[in-house]
Design a protein around this ligand. Structure first.
Ligand SMILES: *Cc1c(COP(=O)(O)O)cnc(C)c1O
Length: 404
């Protein structure tokens, strides 16, 4: 037997398999209602339209769509995308060189991590935050400073206090990572005041903002969804977004909008990672944008998710024990719940799985080690009937735990 470990690089120590993925392996095998995933509802993929487009793209643009492409992305696609971002999110891309197409937001996060973080640098992050972002940043061994959320999003007053302290300690702050709209996992949307405040603080304390706007177009209530980028006059915001939740995650298409010196740096990092994102995916998305497929399909997605969210919220209301709290998300894919303090959602999970329902324990989402009584519940993927059944089982289990 070869001892392969001796060949591993030291970085691999920080590449732990996602704890959630490990747990989910259990679920896939059995007939279990999973509220643990984070998948879009595949019944909402515009399959017929994309089948047409894929065929047309290969026939019409085959020589380009099947060829190598520039690292920043297919130029005509970036032009169409820039127009879409302007129309849909009010973000003006004045220079196409500041727009980079990536292989999903995950790659955007990885690029940002590798190019901006040195070990010991301060990365400001929400409590809770997106696990895949935490893991992407962790590789570079930053010092995470967690900032709590309330119903208006990130607590900028606490952020300000922490910034003063960090500055006094002489530490270097690189960036704040935030999901301002329909936060994953917390389900919270940031108020306009807070968005402005964050930009002011970034100016005052000299750090960058990484804005993950993956759910900006997936909001089903009438709330203000202006991105932080819209308040950014001096290029502090690195804006990242994705086609995963509005078209298809399988295309692996995301993008970064940042000032040109940053974009050029990101381009260099991406070059050694994958040369460029799939040309074919870019051409398919370009035609989907040109034909208005995404805009036409979005109302259907939002309507379906709104109903599923309501099914989940109603079921929680009916079944969860007293002392529980939960988010009422205006968009996105998740409800986040706080069980009464005495519940350890990690320990409870095997029991829940035994009874036929899975969720994600919330603790890994908190960089400060808190959140042991929290859980993330997905409503986009399971059918409504399973949402109701799953929550009912979970509510009953929680009540039993509390009285035991
Ligand atoms: C789903 C999700 C993404 C999308 O990631 P991709 O790599 O583009 O599929 C990004 N950020 C958050 C917070 C998400 O929930």
């Amino acid at each position: 037997m070869i001892k392969y470990e001796k060949f591993f690089s030291s970085l691999t120590r920080f590449m732990r398999a996602s704890e959630i993925r490990e747990l989910l392996k259990l679920v896939e095998k059995k007939q279990i209602i999973s509220l643990a995933g984070g998948l879009p509802d595949p019944n909402l993929f515009p399959i017929e339209e994309l089948a047409e487009i894929a065929k047309e793209v290969i026939k019409t643009y085959g020589k380009k769509a099947l060829q190598y492409a520039p690292t920043k992305g297919v130029t005509v696609f970036r032009e169409v995308l820039a127009k879409f971002v302007m129309k849909a999110r009010g973000i003006k891309v004045s220079n196409i060189e500041s727009l980079i197409v990536t292989s999903g937001s995950q790659q955007s996060l990885d690029i940002i991590s590798r190019t901006l973080i040195d070990p010991g640098d301060v990365v400001l992050i929400e409590l809770p935050s997106y696990l895949a972002a935490i893991n992407a940043f962790k590789i570079q061994r930053p010092e995470f400073v967690g900032i709590p959320l309330d119903n208006d999003g990130l607590r900028t007053d606490i952020l300000e206090d922490k910034l003063k302290k960090i500055k006094n300690e002489g530490k270097r702050i690189k960036f704040l990572y935030t999901v301002p709209i329909a936060h994953n996992p917390a389900g919270i949307t940031m108020s306009t005041e807070r968005k402005k405040h964050i930009v002011e603080l970034a100016e005052e304390f000299d750090f960058l903002i990484v804005e993950d706007d993956v759910y900006g177009l997936l909001v089903f209530e009438n709330v203000d969804t202006t991105p932080i980028k819209a308040f950014d006059k001096n290029g502090r915001v690195i804006y990242i977004a994705s086609f995963s939740k509005i078209l298809s995650p399988g295309l692996r298409l995301g993008y970064i909008i940042a000032e040109e010196p940053l974009a050029d740096l990101f381009e260099r990092a991406k070059q050694s990672m994958d040369l460029h994102t799939s040309s074919l995916s870019q051409f398919v998305a370009m035609e989907a944008l040109r034909k208005g497929i995404i805009e036409n399909n979005l109302p259907r997605i939002k309507e379906r998710y709104r109903r599923k969210r309501d099914a989940m919220l109603n079921a929680i209301e009916e079944n969860f024990p007293e002392g529980s709290q939960w988010s009422r998300p205006v968009g996105g894919l998740f409800v986040f719940a706080w069980a009464p303090e005495k519940i350890d959602t990690y320990k409870l999970l095997p029991k829940a799985i035994e009874r036929g329902v899975a969720y994600v324990p919330g603790k890994p989402f908190f960089v400060d080690g808190s959140g042991s009584n929290t859980m993330r519940l997905n409503f986009s993927y399971p059918p409504e009937e399973n949402i109701r059944k799953g929550i009912e089982i979970l509510g009953k289990l929680l009540k039993e735990e509390l009285s035991s």
